[in-house]
Design a protein around this ligand. Structure first.
Ligand SMILES: [Zn+2]
Length: 113
């Protein structure tokens, strides 16, 4: 096996492991220690192998303290001004995500002009 294939295999194994860990944290989100630890491990693997964690999954936990987001329990979600604001109730970290829908509309408007 050449190094390129070996690298591909390694990345595949690593990304499968990340997916498993994310799923695991989702299943055990009520267990703070267990879910936080699996998120931390997933993030560590993603960094080591330079693999991106899917955006969908990224929105499910706090980047700063790795707490799995449970609405009204570990996170406060607010919408407004074209953004969704996630406030981590564990560490206070704020994450803002712009509405994709509006972005697309802006793009279309630009095209019309
Ligand atoms: Zn946090």
């Amino acid at each position: 096996m050449g190094w390129k294939e070996r690298k591909a295999t390694r990345k595949k194994v690593a990304s499968d492991r990340i997916k498993e860990l994310l799923k695991f944290s989702e299943l055990h989100k009520d267990d703070e220690l267990l879910s936080t630890n699996s998120i931390k491990t997933a993030v560590a693997i993603s960094r080591r192998h330079k693999i991106r964690i899917p955006i969908k999954s990224k929105r499910k936990f706090c980047k700063k303290c790795s707490t799995v987001f449970i609405p009204d329990k570990t996170v406060r979600i607010r919408t407004g001004k074209g953004k969704i604001t996630y406030t981590c109730l564990n560490c206070g970290h704020i994450k803002r995500i712009p509405y994709l829908k509006e972005k697309k509309e802006v793009k279309n408007k630009k095209l019309e002009i």
